[in-house]
Design a protein around this ligand. Sequence first.
Ligand code: 6GU
Length: 274
Amino acid sequence: MRVDIISIFPEYFAPLDVSLVGKARERGILEIRLHQLRDWTRDVHKTVDDTPYGGGPGMVMKPEIWGEAIDAVISEGRSALGVPAGAPRMIVPTPSGRPFTQETAIEYADEPWLLFTPARYEGIDSRVAAEYGSRLRVDEVSIGDYVLAGGEAAVLVIVEAVGRLLPGVLGNARSVADDSFAPGPMANLLEGPVYTKPPVWRGHEVPEILLSGHHGKIARWRRDQALRRTLEKRPELVDRLDPAGLDKDDRKILAEFGTACGVSFRARPHDVAN
Ligand code: 6GU
């Protein structure tokens, strides 16, 4: 996968040299190219922003600079990738975008080429998204309901979430399948507690079942823990569980909490009786 990032703070992306993403780059699974937006300015002050039309606080990033930068990065990428008519998926981080989720990460992991345009100030002149929206797929994406000082940190988050999904990046492919938000039997369940040696630490014991070697019972226990944790910490996720994927034991646990958090999956009377 090729990733281009255009920003006024390319140095912000130093963490992409480290750890999992850094290794993916070393191995050639991921190619990340950083670009300084100010390289496309023409004035001595390298101005990238201006006052907003209609008034109001803050500054807005100028469309011409972004347009030139994006055009140049796209033609450079086309040559490097050998795809004369190819186009990246363009991702514009903004608190007013659609929520970035595991589903979005999975979708992006299938793309050969991503282009990120993180902004500072009050954001980029809206005509930039409109212009490129007619030529490429452009996604305005938010990483959560809070406001950052700029989109750079959001890009780090998205690149890490996508990078770990690329084939060959994680040692153990199963850890992707078990992700809390991945599709499958554990979809929309938070992962439960995990333990390693020693069996007793400062008087805290590892749950006995995990030492039993009984794989079936361990899997059931883990699922129970995942359900309980989800009910406690993210009750709204329970409404997204697929009813067809719930067995008798699941329903029993949901019923225990049912009245407390108003979940939609009530146990049928015979489930509780059993
Ligand atoms: Cl993508 N950008 C900024 N500036 N703030 C955010 C965000 C993005 N996602 C959540 N808050």
